[in-house]
Design a protein around this ligand. Structure first.
Ligand code: CO
Length: 162
């Protein structure tokens, strides 16, 4: 288990587009495990490569319910339906939250960590998390999309986190 250093809001890497992963080798598997561990350490529901300084198209998600842990390589959104207006945060923006409009439902295609094609039909929070993390792979962060005037800064002692 290795916790990687997170990159934070003004870091240029968060504005860059990540590259496709062509071979899922041991290094990628280690990266995936480290990303999962790093996300869990900070109680996040998702994390993308650039947030740990790696410009590769890989995301991890965990909604902390049964069967909601995902490691996805080269994910793409192939369908979107509806909209939801949601409060959103990001491990790269500690203690900041804002309202963002996301699709209510998405279908995502990706490879799993074994290189097998997977198709995920997602709605609500999972759809939100997938869109947020895939945005990271395109150099887009949630504050780029927030509804004007909705940014909130929550002091650490108020939400019980470090
Ligand atoms: Co994020």
């Amino acid at each position: 288990m290795a916790i990687r250093n997170l990159r934070y809001e003004d870091d240029e890497i968060l504005k860059k587009r990540s590259r496709e992963i062509e071979v899922i080798d041991e290094k990628i598997k280690e990266l995936a495990q480290d990303m999962m561990d790093t996300m869990h350490k900070w109680d996040g529901v998702g994390l993308a490569g650039p947030q740990v300084g790696v410009l590769k198209r890989i995301i991890v998600i965990d909604l902390y319910e049964e069967n909601t842990q995902y490691t996805l390589i080269n994910p793409i959104i192939i369908k979107e339906k509806g909209t939801q207006e949601v409060s959103e945060g990001c491990l790269s923006f500690p203690n900041k939250y804002a309202t963002v409009k996301r699709p209510k439902e998405v279908v995502v295609e990706a490879l799993d960590i074994e290189g097998k094609k997977v198709k995920i039909k997602a709605k609500d929070l999972l759809a939100q998390a997938l869109c947020h993390e895939i945005d990271h792979l395109n150099g887009i962060v949630f504050t780029d999309k927030m509804e004007p005037g909705t940014l909130e800064i929550v002091k650490p002692e108020e939400n019980g986190k470090k």
